[in-house]
Design a protein around this ligand. Structure first.
Ligand SMILES: [Fe+2]
Length: 308
């Protein structure tokens, strides 16, 4: 059985590496980690070598999602499982592992074209992450748009062993909706989620912060620095989290959130089927700017991630 430690990192493609690096370091509050690769920038908000990877690319969007498994044995077992299922997992080369500072890792493309990377161990930075402008706790979750929620739920639960925390609409014959997943047995209401849309793309990347002050200070800091706030501050109905969404320099959507329901590994509550009423995404009555989650092209495994 696949057991996850966490959603470990997210790799984004950005059109101006310097500009985006400045945004994520100075305004979001991640710490840049030194790298010899001029086309790639690594950032952390934990002891991990990276929790966010930015790669210079003509087209901004999602490169891949890194999922940390509990043990190296699970990496091997999951690779074998995916081979048997015909998913064609691809091992990350030694050369790229050196650049990534990771141990045995492999990638697989899901039926919607999204690349996931599975690994268990990454080099740890020998000193703690020191929060700066925001007290970031962790990379919280990555949310995608998917052309078919039912198919996504089937794949991610049956193949990846994610568990559904809640559904939004999208049940039975009504396909429009979404689903929030726990990367089993990670306790958070969602480390991953999908919402139905025309085609697969990135919806947003989330960083969990430690207090409501991080949300409030963030509003002012982002606005004072010309960053577009596209939703919030508000409170999500499904998870109870207080949120703030902003656009990065390319228009990719980034979220801060504070607080989230947690689930026990054994005997968790049943998923709720939430009615997709207008206020579901914000109990405080706010509405999202149409630019939110409007950009986030998926780039598959075919391209070399690291241009070493
Ligand atoms: Fe979120």
């Amino acid at each position: 059985m696949i057991r996850y430690k966490k959603v470990g990192y997210c790799a984004l493609n950005v059109s101006d590496l310097q500009k985006s690096s400045d945004f994520y370091e100075r305004l979001v509050g991640l710490e840049k980690v030194e790298s010899d690769d001029p086309n790639t920038a690594f950032f952390r908000c934990s002891r991990d070598h990276h929790n966010l990877v930015l790669t210079q690319d003509q087209e901004p969007g999602l490169n891949r999602i890194g999922l940390e498994l509990e043990t190296p044995e699970l990496v091997e077992q999951t690779y074998e499982k995916f081979m048997k299922l015909g998913l064609n997992p691809v091992e990350v080369s030694k050369k790229e592992l050196d650049i990534l500072n990771q141990f045995t890792s492999f990638r697989v493309v899901d039926p919607f074209g999204i690349t996931f990377e599975f690994y268990s161990d990454m080099i740890q930075v020998p000193y703690e992450f020191k929060p700066t402008v925001a007290d970031i706790q962790k990379l919280g979750h990555v949310v995608l748009k998917t052309p078919n929620v039912e198919d996504s739920v089937k794949f991610y639960t049956e193949v990846f062993n994610f568990q559904v925390s809640d559904y939004v609409g999208g049940t039975g014959s009504s396909k429009k909706g979404g689903a929030f997943f726990r990367c089993f047995p990670v306790s958070y209401h969602h480390s991953f989620a999908v919402f139905e849309s025309e085609e697969a793309s990135l919806h947003h990347v989330n960083f969990m912060v430690s207090s409501i002050d991080d949300i409030g200070k963030g509003v002012n800091r982002f606005e004072n620095n010309g960053v577009d706030v596209v939703f919030g501050p508000g409170r999500h109905a499904p998870s109870g989290a207080i949120f703030l969404y902003v656009l990065d320099p390319d228009g990719l959507t980034i979220e801060y959130s504070f607080g989230m329901e947690e689930f026990p590994e054994e005997n968790p509550r049943k998923p709720k089927f939430l009615q997709p009423v207008p206020g579901i995404m914000d109990l405080w009555g706010g509405a999202a700017d149409p630019r939110m989650a409007s950009l986030g092209k998926i780039k598959g495994l075919v391209r070399e991630t690291i241009k070493a």
